[in-house]
Design a protein around this ligand. Structure first.
Ligand code: ADP
Ligand code: MG
Length: 258
């Protein structure tokens, strides 16, 4: 049985799609079988971030009853499997988002972790994405409108029976004028599971249609997302150990022991 985690925020543009795509890759790197699903059926862009646009069959066809979800689960970059929503507005007609939970159950034994990229807002499509997940991860930016929307999403998530894991602070700039991590945690009454910095490589990797984690694995946002992945599966992030190994190798090399 899979863990089903919805990534939502209320507000648009907080970084849900970026985090879903890269968290998926990071969890695969930790040895997990992962499927990521784009539930933003009107404004799909998970496939753009992953360079996977143009698939003939997508979630649109599944939600219209024309295809099975297995037919639209594709191999993506970095070993992550992907269910694209479809960016074609023509195929959007007749799509029923409320079917999402049912169709998702067919994937329960296909992967250890299912990540659902939720749409913004609290419309029918967003509520379907939130109720399809057992666990909820909120993505927030350090601004009041994002926090207030996240709070509403948290309340709705709880009403829909989700376990709210916590929040991820994205696009943190660490300036003095910014709301602090502790303040955000108090406002949301949730743990902050990760702080992802503003990172120009996020946008560059999107232009290339490659996940940040694969294109710029050592970029600050990549490191933060890898830490988040480790936290979610209860592992300790091992980048420091990797660095230590590198250092040991260097010292050994210098001493002629390599
Ligand atoms: P959402 O899915 O919540 O609408 P996206 O993941 O599409 O948000 O991100 C919105 C925009 O913000 C995109 O242009 C993306 O490249 C940019 N972005 C997201 N996270 C970061 C970050 N940590 N640093 C810089 N740009 C970011
Ligand atoms: Mg999105």
């Amino acid at each position: 049985m899979s863990r089903v985690i919805t990534i939502a925020s209320g507000k648009g543009g907080t970084g849900k799609t970026t985090i879903t795509a890269n968290l998926g890759v990071a969890l695969v790197q930790l040895g997990r079988e992962v499927i990521i699903l784009d539930a933003d059926i009107e404004m799909a862009n998970l496939e753009l971030v992953l360079g996977m646009e143009g698939k003939e069959l997508t979630l649109h066809d599944v939600l219209k009853g024309y295809a099975s979800i297995r037919d639209v689960t594709y191999e993506g970059p970095g070993g992550v499997r992907v269910v694209p929503a479809g960016i074609n507005l023509e195929t959007l007609k007749g799509v029923d988002p409320e079917k999402l939970k049912d169709v998702l159950s067919e994937l329960f034994y296909s992967a250890e972790i299912l990540l659902i990229d939720a749409p913004a807002g609290l419309g029918k499509d967003a509520l379907s994405a939130i109720s399809a997940g057992e666990e909820l991860l909120l993505v927030v930016n350090p601004d009041i409108s994002s926090l207030s929307d996240a709070l509403k999403t948290k309340i709705i998530g709880k009403k829909l029976g989700c376990k709210v894991l916590g929040a991820v602070l994205n696009r943190a700039e660490f300036s003095n004028s910014e709301i602090t991590v502790d303040e955000i945690s108090v406002i949301l009454d949730l743990p902050i599971l990760a702080t992802i910095p503003e990172d120009k490589n996020v946008r560059i990797s999107t232009v290339y249609g490659e996940p940040l984690l694969l294109k710029y694995p050592d970029s600050p946002a990549s490191i933060a997302i890898k830490k988040l992945a480790a936290t979610l599966v209860g592992e300790v992030f091992t980048e420091e150990i990797k660095e230590e190994k590198g250092l040991k190798k260097l010292i050994k090399g210098l001493l002629g022991m390599g």
